[in-house]
Design a protein around this ligand. Structure first.
Ligand SMILES: Cc1cc2nc3c(=O)[nH]c(=O)nc-3n(C[C@H](O)[C@H](O)[C@H](O)COP(=O)(O)OP(=O)(O)OC[C@H]3O[C@@H](n4cnc5c(N)ncnc54)[C@H](O)[C@@H]3O)c2cc1C
Length: 289
């Protein structure tokens, strides 16, 4: 791998400072978080920022908290801290299950949730989790803050709605009492990007699925989610037959492409099988089994 080109670098001390620095350094300036995606892209000459504004250590962007009926995760919260968060595990074990299979402890110690979502890699595990949970991204720029549903946050591979001189500041996930959640991933070797992943939450009440969310990564599911599969299951009893029908709808709705990780049919098969497994476990958790 080559050395990145020489570049201006500034360390921000607050969100306001970061926004001001991004603005003054021009449209091609970019925030850098853990640097685990951006720096390799610069070394490979796939990204050419004119300057970097380091936002990794801004205190107000760190940590997980509960605010009313939402979980709030700061954009610079590291993978490791999400893995270890008791409050996230209590409400949504899907976070811990996904983090356990994201790369290795070295990357998890520095890589961040905000960097993962803004990188918008088609195989991003936390993007699938965020879409499954129907979370919200909070973005700050000179004009103030705006909220964007995570299902509208990604505009395509490596593209998001975050504009120049804007910063993703936090992620918000609704707390759903009684929800069960689970994450499934097939990777070629431990810590690798997924061949396919599926993450779900389900609320079962009165013998029916009252709500659910299904997120997929690495198989080109638009916005990392499967609304058709969710519609197929909502209002139905969580029988094996109905779970299978929803999983089949998820496989139908994604558009995987063939690459070194496998052919299209194999990836579709995984989308169905992993969604089925995740749904079974999430239903059991929601029913307290
Ligand atoms: C060997 C290896 C294996 C990996 N395997 C996986 C895997 O299996 N699954 C997985 O999901 N991920 C994987 N990753 C990626 C990892 O999750 C990184 O943490 C992630 O890619 C980027 O996080 P970062 O904090 O390093 O972001 P950076 O590299 O610093 O930034 C990434 C992008 O986001 C932008 N950005 C960062 N923060 C903000 C912000 N607050 N507002 C606006 N824009 C921002 C940057 O400008 C840049 O464009 C892997 C990485 C490596 C190196």
């Amino acid at each position: 791998m080559q050395t990145p080109a020489a570049i201006d670098y500034a360390k921000a001390t607050s969100v306001a400072d970061a926004v001001a620095k991004l603005e003054s350094l021009g449209e091609e300036a970019r925030p850098v978080a853990g640097g685990y995606s951006l720096l390799p892209m610069m070394k490979l000459r796939l990204a050419f920022p004119s300057a970097l504004v380091d936002v990794h250590d801004i205190p107000e962007l760190q940590g997980v908290k509960v605010e009313g009926d939402e979980l709030v995760v700061g954009a610079m919260t590291r993978h490791r801290d999400i893995l270890d968060s008791a409050v996230l595990s209590e409400h949504y074990p899907i976070f811990r299950e996904a983090e356990k299979v994201i790369t290795d402890p070295i990357v998890r110690a520095r890589g961040t949730i905000g960097g993962s979502l803004c990188q918008a890699d088609p195989a991003s595990d936390l993007s699938a989790v965020g879409s499954a949970l129907k979370g919200t991204a909070v973005i700050e720029g000179r004009g103030g803050r705006r909220s964007v549903p995570l299902r509208e946050f990604h505009e395509g591979p490596y593209e998001t709605v975050v504009g120049p001189a804007e910063l993703l500041v936090e992620l918000r996930y609704p707390i759903r009492p009684g929800a069960g959640s689970a994450y499934e991933k097939v990777e070629r070797r431990a810590g690798d990007w997924g061949v396919c992943t599926s993450g779900v939450y389900v609320v079962v009440s009165g013998g029916v699925v009252t709500e659910c969310g299904i997120g997929l990564a690495a198989v080109n599911a638009p916005h990392y989610c499967s609304p058709g599969a969710e519609a197929a299951l909502t209002g139905k009893a969580p029988t094996e037959e109905n779970l299978l029908a929803a999983a089949a709808a998820a496989a139908e709705e994604c558009e995987p492409s063939a690459d070194q990780r496998g052919p299209v049919d194999y990836k579709r098969h995984l989308a169905q099988e992993l969604t089925l497994r995740a749904l079974r476990r999430a239903v059991a958790a929601s029913q307290g089994v």
